[in-house]
Design a protein around this ligand. Structure first.
Ligand code: GLU
Length: 447
């Protein structure tokens, strides 16, 4: 495979789209060896086709804010790859959303979805709408305006959006309400992450965080360790961090840090159930300030402005916030403070320098596309429930999520075990996902 040539080509076609190029580069580096053993992939130009999205929709979203002023945002849906199933992936509402971000996320999603064992292709969408400081009514009006364009591009057998950063159960509710009105059909399978009383799967809100902790447990067991009693530092305080904190505590770990764009809250005695519940209020407030936790629980949490979760001594680091949130310097600081394991829960949460540092310094590391796949996997389970007009119990969903995370871990071990016996989880996840998508593309011909 001519990685340098493919990358140069891609950079010329997508100038300045650094996150996208970073995500592709990481995958190509991992799969090069395997790819070269399959001349049929080269002949069908699998990689050259796989790195380009199938199609991109861009649209204007105009809405009126609480002051009566007209606001215009940009909306996108990127349908990346449908080799193994209909397009599937979340919507991100964040002021920094640009096509590069959504292309990287859609590309990653394709491999992640392949790992889940479920038939789902890859997609991503969103808007540069900034939810910070917006009222509930503003969120609703924006979601409704966004859906008046998006609805034409999606469908239960075509493309199924869900949540991501800035999009949770509330936003999915507003989006679905408008979809239903426009399509004149009660077709719940068109979105996942819905409310539990109208087609949502039990445990979907918790699934990304729960799945991440199940994966972490498997990784630790393989390394002869256990999570009980360990100190966990996690970044963010949104839906994913909430699920991760809940399960980490249930498994006997001590969550000693959460963070936000404003700084870090250190929690020396470990997070309590009350504090975990408060994380939900913090998200719903749209203030985007982790300091609120220390204001509410001054005896338990100490806020430091401008610091990251990675400055707090811990055993296990769980980035749960945003891409590239953990740099090589952060990786060094973590190690200095006693950290020996990092499971990336956010999509591409660690910069390449941080990943290399972890891998070269004996720190256990697993990438987001394996660790966080429990979220989209449970979306897949929600689709199955919707298609068969039933809803499963919490136990049924949790058992299936457990099974899926175990199977993802097994795939990483199968494809990532190195000659010296250690597991390269980055390679393992990339190769396992790639083989599945590439084989399907090959079998479906040149399209
Ligand atoms: N946004 C989540 C992810 O990155 C979930 C996507 C979904 O449920 O479709 O995987």
């Amino acid at each position: 495979m001519k990685t340098a040539e493919i990358m140069a080509n891609l950079a010329a076609k997508h100038p300045g789209e650094n996150e996208y190029l970073q995500a592709v580069q990481e995958v190509l580096e991992s799969i090069e060896e395997v790819y070269n053993q399959h001349p049929e992939f080269e002949k069908a130009k699998i990689v050259e086709r796989m790195v380009e999205p199938d199609r991109i929709f861009t649209f204007r979203v105009t809405w009126v804010d609480d002051k009566g002023e007209v606001q215009t945002n940009l909306g996108y849906r990127i349908q990346f790859n449908s080799a193994i199933g209909p397009y599937k992936g979340g919507l991100r509402f964040h002021k920094a959303v640009v096509p590069s971000m959504l292309k990287f996320l859609g590309f990653e999603q394709t491999f992640k979805n392949a790992l889940t064992t479920l038939p789902m292709g890859g997609a991503k969408g969103g808007s540069d709408f900034d939810p910070v400081g917006k009222s509930n009514d503003e969120i609703m009006r924006f979601c409704q305006a966004f859906m008046t364009e998006l609805w034409q591009c999606i469908g239960p057998d075509q493309d199924i959006p869900a949540g991501d950063v800035g999009v949770g159960g509330r936003e999915i509710g507003f989006l679905y309400g408008m979809y239903k009105k426009l399509a004149r059909e009660y077709n719940t399978g068109v979105l996942t992450g819905k409310g539990a009383t109208w087609g949502g799967s039990i445990l979907r809100p918790e699934a990304t965080g729960f799945g991440a902790l199940y994966f972490t447990q498997h990784l630790l067991h393989k390394a002869g360790k256990d999570i009980a009693g360990k100190r966990v530092a996690l970044s963010g305080f949104g839906n994913v961090a909430w699920g991760a904190a809940t399960k980490a505590k249930q498994l006997g770990a001590k969550v000693v840090a959460i963070s936000g764009p404003d700084g870090v809250c250190e929690i020396p005695d470990g997070i309590t159930d009350e504090m975990i519940a408060y994380m939900l209020d913090m998200r719903a407030s749209n203030r985007n300030k982790v300091e609120d936790m220390a204001t509410k629980f001054p005896e338990k949490a100490k806020f430091t402005a401008g610091k990251k979760a990675w400055s707090v001594p811990c055993d296990i680091a769980l980035p749960c916030a945003f891409q590239n949130e953990l740099s090589e310097d952060d990786a060094k600081e973590l190690q200095k403070n006693g950290c020996w394991c990092c499971c990336e829960v956010s999509n591409m949460g660690c910069q390449p320098g941080a990943i290399h540092y972890f891998q070269n310094n004996g720190i256990l590391f697993a990438p987001g596309k394996a660790v966080n796949a429990g979220g989209v996997a449970t979306s897949g389970l929600e689709m199955t429930q919707n298609a068969s007009h039933i809803s499963w119990s919490a136990k049924e969903v949790d058992d299936k999520l457990h099974f899926i995370m175990e199977s993802i871990h097994e795939q990483c071990v199968k494809y990532g075990t190195q000659p010296d016996g250690h597991v390269d989880y980055v390679k393992g996840a990339n190769i396992a996902g790639f083989m599945k998508v590439a084989t399907a593309m090959l079998e479906q011909g040149i399209i």
